[in-house]
Design a protein around this ligand. Structure first.
Ligand SMILES: Cc1cc2nc3c(=O)[nH]c(=O)nc-3n(C[C@H](O)[C@H](O)[C@H](O)COP(=O)(O)O)c2cc1C
Length: 389
């Protein structure tokens, strides 16, 4: 078996699996759900090793805007947690990193992969892949700042959660990771000119403790196949100096194992796969450690998880937020609620999704979920489900 917990600087995670940042999706409530599924007894009690906030604006954090503070919200159960910053100004990024340390981060991450215009037009996200000296300057300045605000041993104990802190000294800084794509242009990648191997090496040289590589170019956005060979090239280039975390299109536990086997990466980050299958970390770690994937959760367990997620969103934010989220998130949960009829045809859950979308309150959502568990709100073909996703 290939199971090896991932080590990032002074922290040994409980597994080699990480929850990706997904702007608008991976809030504190969802991270809590993922962590709870990870501890589920059908697995080996371990699943996600590290979960990350969605991308955070350092200016927003420093100004204390409500949106940024909501996005950065964490608590003692939500550990270890990565806080991801985006931007292009080394000084502001450094101050943002200090803010993250002061507000509970176990790891700080820099976004070097976001393809969205709003971010790249300000030279952040994957635009940094076109200006490697700026990317490295930001990382260097952030590492310097992190070294100025080390945490005490007691504080490390609070922030490690189910991971281990391996340093014996009294104070140690929060480590920095970076998340990137293969490079900006697809033709560069195809011509063997991807910058990610070189960039990863330079980042390791300035003190970055690990890099995540989404195996697509910026131009590919989210289309086309993930290029495992591109991730493998980064692994080869850093040559063990720091761990590489592979990312992209892991939907089943077997995909995680395949990614590790075919790239040599030391960790796997899962994003969209976790939106439909928040127990995927439990399954992927169990598969790696025992060779067996746990049985799929029952319909009732999945519905209970939806209810719990809704309740947590109300608790951590408010009813309005919870309703906005659950209406769009039901589509993702629904992917694992489809069943087969006696003739082997897929029975969809389009009526359930519609009922949740039209619900006016968490109470009404819960009533619809009751109806579903009693056998109602089913129907619609697989194709109709996918088109609506
Ligand atoms: C809607 C959406 C929002 C995303 N937001 C972020 C983000 O805030 N930070 C980041 O580094 N990546 C972000 N990503 C990229 C994911 O972290 C991940 O790299 C990508 O989805 C590929 O992995 P997956 O196939 O497991 O989802 C986002 C992706 C999507 C689809």
């Amino acid at each position: 078996m290939i199971a090896r917990p991932l080590q990032l600087g002074p922290i040994r995670l409980a597994s080699n699996l990480l929850l990706a940042p997904i702007a608008g999706y991976c809030d504190l409530a969802f991270r809590t759900i993922v962590r709870e599924w990870s501890a589920h007894p059908a697995g080996v009690g371990i699943g996600v090793g590290l979960a990350c906030t969605d991308l955070l604006s350092p200016q927003g954090l420093l100004r204390g805007t409500a949106t940024s503070l909501d996005l950065a919200a964490t608590n003692d159960f939500d550990k270890p947690v990565g806080m991801q910053l985006y931007g292009s100004d080394p000084e502001i990024m450094a101050q943002g990193a200090r803010w993250a340390v002061e507000h509970g981060a176990t790891i700080v991450d820099i976004n070097m992969g976001c393809p969205v215009d709003k971010v790249t037009k300000k030279d952040g996200g994957s635009k940094l892949l076109t200006d490697l000296s700026r990317a490295v300057a930001i990382a260097k300045r952030v590492v310097e700042e992190l070294e100025k605000c080390p945490l005490s041993r007691e504080e490390w104990m609070r922030r490690t959660g189910n991971s281990e802190f391996l340093v014996s000294g009294t104070h140690c800084p929060v480590p920095l990771t970076c998340k990137m794509r293969l490079c900006w242009s697809t033709s560069d990648y195809e011509g063997g000119l991807a910058c990610s191997p070189h960039l990863a090496k330079m980042l390791a040289d300035v003190g970055v403790v690990g890099v995540t590589v989404h195996g697509r170019t910026t131009e590919m956005k989210f289309s086309g196949e993930v290029q495992l060979a591109g991730i493998a090239r980064v692994v080869e280039a850093v040559n063990g100096a720091i761990p590489v975390i592979g990312n992209g299109d892991v939907r089943e536990p077997e995909d995680a194992v395949r990614m590790i086997h075919s790239t040599g990466c030391q960790g796997v980050m899962i994003g969209r796969g976790a939106l439909s299958t928040p127990w995927i970390f439990r399954d992927a770690w169990a598969l790696q450690t025992t060779g067996v994937t746990p049985a799929k959760p029952s319909e009732r367990e999945i519905i209970d998880s939806v209810r719990r997620y809704l309740a947590l969103m109300v608790e951590y934010r408010d009813e309005h937020y919870a309703m906005v989220q659950i209406r769009r998130r039901m589509t993702w949960f629904a992917k694992r609620l489809m069943t087969l009829d006696e003739r082997g045809r897929i029975v969809g859950v389009k009526p359930l999704k519609e009922a949740v979308r039209n619900s006016k309150s968490p109470l009404e959502v819960n009533r619809q979920l009751d109806t579903f568990l009693a056998g109602g709100l089913r129907g619609g073909s697989y194709e109709t489900e996918e088109a609506g996703a």
